[in-house]
Design a protein around this ligand. Structure first.
Ligand code: FO1
Length: 313
């Protein structure tokens, strides 16, 4: 069925389902809107970790262990910087540096991040359209109890997301690009991939107009939790710290007025009543949402699209 799908994704977990969708949908029917709140300047380079994680994953060159960075990476530049006494808390591989160098160069020449991303992803042979959520500056700032205000990567990588988060601030007045606007106008289904709701999806909602657009579109949310725990990263910890129960009903309340279908894992048990209490009209689809292999990603994407087409569209 020709169905125009827009996926929202952030880090590693979201990229996996985006990859599954890219396997089962024609490239012209899939647009992936990616979080840019993790972006930062490092050694003068413009780094877009979530765009790179989605791009490398769809290109089949992502490091399969970490989920971020490039497979078979070398670390000559990184080692050289360490020899100069630098504290290299953020690892920059040699192949990955190629991406950062070219992105920084093209941005300095005046290209928008959207145009840079299209150029990089085309050279990596990626069919679907990858779009940053905005071309404006948008930075996730993390206020923590133990360390005060931290930049995202300081919180996430340097302090390994251990500090207690008291507040997330999405700095910048970010507007949708025309490309994002058109994608959301043409969308027949939105898939919110299993990314961290607070760190990866909330910054996308901070872009003016995106949240409102999603309220008027059929939207399926895929849980990043299994039995209340994040498969990887701090999704459950962040939800708890910011007042959401790390559960199907916690997700239902976070995505209230946006989600029409919530996909949770079969191991989450019978949560139907709890979810109905929070979101009476929400369709709950319980299935195996663990993606360890590429076939798993493809299979989950197929199951979700089939369920939504039968039950909701
Ligand atoms: N995550 C880490 O935990 N340690 C790193 O050294 C690291 C380096 C890195 C370099 C490029 C890149 O695109 C991502 C990188 N990440 C690293 C992941 C990054 O912190 C992302 O923001 C997370 O995946 C959350 O989305």
């Amino acid at each position: 069925m020709a169905l125009k799908v827009v996926a929202l994704a952030g880090g590693v977990g979201g990229a996996k389902l985006a990859h599954g969708l890219a396997q089962v949908l024609p490239p012209e029917d899939l647009t992936i809107i990616v979080n840019v709140g993790d972006d930062f300047q490092h050694y003068g380079l413009s780094i877009s970790p979530d765009l790179d994680t989605v791009m490398y994953t769809l290109a089949g060159i992502a490091n399969p262990v970490t989920g971020w960075g490039i497979i078979d990476e070398t670390w000559q530049a990184f080692t050289a910087l360490e020899h100069y006494g630098e504290d290299m808390w953020f690892r920059l591989g040699d192949r990955d540096l190629g991406t950062h160098l070219l992105r920084t160069h093209l941005l300095n020449q005046g290209l928008r991040l959207t145009e840079v991303t299209q150029r990089l992803s085309q050279h990596l042979g990626i069919g679907p359209t990858l779009l940053p959520a905005t071309d404006d500056t948008l930075a996730t700032v993390v206020n923590t109890h133990e360390k005060g205000v931290l930049g995202f990567q300081e919180y996430f990588v340097k302090y390994k997301w251990q500090p207690t988060v008291t507040e997330l601030i999405f700095e910048g007045r970010a507007a949708m690009s025309s490309e994002v606007q058109i994608a959301l106008t043409e969308a027949q289904l939105v898939v919110i991939c299993p990314s961290n709701p607070l760190l990866s999806i909330a910054p996308i909602f901070a872009v003016a107009g995106i949240r409102d657009a999603l309220c008027d579109l059929p939207c399926v949310v895929v849980s990043p939790l299994i039995g209340g725990r994040a498969l990887k990263g701090p999704a459950d910890k962040l939800m708890r710290e910011l007042g959401y129960e790390p559960s199907a009903s916690g997700l239902a309340s976070f995505y209230a007025d946006i989600a029409n279908v919530l996909v949770i894992d079969e191991h989450d048990g019978d949560v139907q009543a709890a979810v109905q209490a929070v979101a009476p009209t929400l369709h709950l689809y319980q299935t195996n949402i663990v993606m360890q292999t590429l076939p798993d990603r493809q299979d989950l994407a197929n199951r979700i699209l089939s369920y939504v087409s039968e039950v909701y569209l």
